[in-house]
Design a protein around this ligand. Structure first.
Ligand SMILES: Nc1ncnc2c1ncn2[C@@H]1O[C@H](COP(=O)(O)OP(=O)(O)OP(=O)(O)O)[C@@H](O)[C@H]1O
Ligand SMILES: [Mg+2]
Length: 284
C-alpha cells in the first residue's frame, strides 16, 4: 500500500516538473527537388530548470525544431506544450537567441539590450539599470556605449544573449549562439552561461554542433539522426554541479565526449555521403 502511494506521488511530481513537451513532431518542406522531411516524429521533454542540448550534423533539422518550439513556424505535425499550454505562436515565457547575428547595428550595446523593455514602455532610467545588470552578467560591463561594429563576433552574440535575458524568459532557447567563436572563447563563455543558468534557473535548450559545449553545459544531450531528424539517443550527463570549464579536462568529461562522438560520427558520415551523392546527381 505504501509502495503504491509512493509511486503515485512520484508520478504527479514528475508531471509537475516537466516544462516543455515535444510530442510526435514532424515537419516536411516542399522544395524544387521534392518533399524534404526535416523532422520525423520527434518526442522529448525538458524538465523545469533543466539544461538540454540538441546535437546533430548540419542539415539534420535542429533549427527546424528550434523554430517550431519558438512558435515561429507552423504547418508541422504533432504538438509542442509549454507549461501545459499548447504552443501556436510566440509564447511569452520563451526567449530565443538565434544562429545568425541579430544585434541592431545602429544602437549602442545598452540600447540593444534595453530594446525589449523599450517596446514594453519601461522608462529610460529603469530600462538602462536593468540592461546594465544583464550586460554585467554576460561580461560586457564597460562596453555599454559601443556599437556592435566596434565589438568582436563573440561579444555581439553576448549582446544578443543579454537582450533575450532582459525580459526574463522562463524558458531560453538558443540556436548555435556561439558557433562562430574559437574553441577557447567558447569554453570560457560556457562558464558565463553556466553561471547565468545557475542564477536564473531557466529551463534551457541549446542547439549546437559542438560536443564539448554540449557536455560542459547540459544535464542531458539529445543526439539527432541525419535527415530525417529523429531522436537517436539521449545521454544523461552526470557531472557534478555547479560546474565550470575546469570539468572539460576531467576523465569523466572525456568519456562523455567519446561516447557522443561515436553516435555523431555515424550520422555525420551519412550526411557527408548524402551531400556527395547530391553533388554527383547534379553533375551527371
Ligand atoms: N524553409 C525551408 N524550406 C525548404 N527546406 C527547408 C526549409 N528550412 C529547412 N529546410 C530543410 O530542412 C532540413 C533541415 O534544416 P535545418 O535548418 O533545420 O537544419 P540544421 O540542423 O539546423 O542545420 P545547421 O546545423 O546547418 O544549422 C535541411 O535539409 C534544409 O534544407
Ligand atoms: Mg541550424
Amino acid at each position: 500500500m505504501r509502495g503504491a502511494n509512493a509511486k503515485l506521488r512520484l508520478a504527479s511530481e514528475t508531471i509537475d516538473e516537466i516544462d516543455v513537451v515535444i510530442k510526435d513532431v514532424s515537419m516536411r518542406f516542399d522544395t524544387r527537388e521534392g518533399t524534404v522531411t526535416a523532422v520525423d516524429g520527434m518526442s522529448f521533454e525538458i524538465k523545469r530548470g533543466e539544461f538540454v542540448s540538441i546535437i546533430g550534423p548540419s542539415g539534420c533539422g535542429k533549427s527546424t525544431v528550434f523554430n517550431i518550439m519558438g512558435g515561429l513556424v507552423g504547418g508541422y505535425e504533432g504538438t509542442v506544450t509549454v507549461g501545459g499550454e499548447s504552443v501556436s505562436g510566440p509564447h511569452p515565457s520563451i526567449g530565443m537567441v538565434f544562429q545568425e547575428e541579430s544585434t541592431f547595428p545602429w544602437r549602442t550595446v545598452i540600447d540593444n539590450v534595453a530594446f525589449p523593455l523599450e517596446v514594453k514602455g519601461v522608462g529610460k532610467e529603469e530600462r538602462h539599470a536593468t540592461a546594465r545588470k544583464f550586460i554585467e552578467m554576460v561580461g560586457l560591463s564597460g562596453f555599454e556605449q559601443r556599437y556592435p561594429s566596434e565589438l568582436s563576433g563573440g561579444m555581439r552574440q553576448r549582446v544578443a544573449l543579454a537582450r533575450t535575458l532582459v525580459f526574463e524568459p522562463k524558458i531560453l532557447l538558443m540556436d548555435e549562439p556561439f558557433a562562430a567563436l574559437d574553441e577557447q572563447t567558447r569554453v570560457l563563455l560556457g562558464d558565463k552561461v553556466l553561471k547565468i543558468q545557475q542564477d536564473l534557473r531557466q529551463t534551457t535548450l541549446l542547439i549546437t554542433h559542438n560536443i564539448t559545449e554540449a557536455v560542459q553545459l547540459s544535464d542531458r544531450v539529445l543526439i539527432m539522426t541525419f535527415r530525417p531528424g529523429k531522436v537517436k539517443r539521449i545521454v544523461d550527463i552526470r557531472l557534478p554541479r555547479p560546474r565550470s570549464s575546469d570539468v572539460v579536462g576531467s576523465d569523466a568529461f572525456g568519456r562523455y565526449v567519446a561516447e557522443i562522438w561515436n553516435d555523431l560520427r555515424e550520422e555525420a558520415s551519412r550526411g557527408m555521403a548524402d551531400a556527395e551523392e547530391a553533388a554527383r546527381a547534379r553533375k551527371g
